[in-house]
Design a binder for this molecule. Sequence first.
Ligand code: NAI
Ligand code: 15L
Length: 269
Amino acid sequence: MSNKINRLLLTGAAGGLGRVLRRRVADMANIVRVSDVAALGDAAACEELMRCDLGDFAGMLALLDGVDAVVHLGGMSTDGPFEPILNANIRGAFNLYEGARIKGVKRIVFASSNHVVGFHKQTDRLDATAATRPDGNYGVSKAFGESLSSFYFDRYGIETVCMRIGSSFPRPIDHRMMSTWLSYDDLTELIRCALFAPTVGHTIVYAASDNMPSWWDNRHAAHLGWTPKDSSEPFRTEVEATVPRLDPTDPAAMYQGGQFVKLGPFPPK
Ligand code: NAI
Ligand code: 15L
């Protein structure tokens, strides 16, 4: 990839990260096509707005028309009943990759999640070869997206960087986030690396700032050239003084997925 994309599609642009990244990806492309099923507000000078449900294949084909690369944030972002996750995350991922194949899109940056490996212990240190151990319907749907993107690379050469995002919020607010926090600046630079590294193939990267203790090892993503600059450490005193510690036998304290490992079941209605 050169140093500016012509048309970049940002899905999930009305969400928490989408609203932050809309401004931050503006210097990465000549045109940013911003999309969501929800309202998107006013278009900035470089933006095209397109409302679309990720589960609608015809809508997806229109969304991908003329697009060179995608930052895919759209979808259900927490655990819950299967149907909405099926539509947004599973059918939505299929529509995106099949649409990308048809429309000739060459690279996708996929917002995966730490919940793909949520049932590994917090004492484990994982690299990209670790077995997936999803902690709910949501984690399973993100594992599907990772698997689908691997297939579309091997079969059709569409490159993907799967960002297993930890917790990307303004600041870490609990003990678990001391390990999982990802600052907005580090996320922005990871997306830049994922879009512009010469070759990414199919890469899995743990998207966390330079936190201690670290649960994740990015040796297999070194070719991205991404080095997180921020750390949860400056927030430690405040978190330790204000947030009670969980009992160490609480599954939320034992497993990387935290409270997600205790959610559900979600029986069909
Ligand atoms: P969010 O829930 O605030 O935003 C997701 C957006 O996707 C929303 O604007 C929603 O309207 C849109 N969406 C949902 N279903 C849709 C559908 N069927 N069609 C079109 N759009 C749909 O989530 P957030 O925090 O901004 O996260 C963005 C992405 O990053 C998500 O995919 C999430 O799973 C992933 N992620 C975020 C983490 C974080 O710490 N914020 C951690 C790990 C992963
Ligand atoms: C996620 O995957 C969610 O999208 C986000 O809302 C947080 O819950 C995050 O994981 C986390 O694990 O902190």
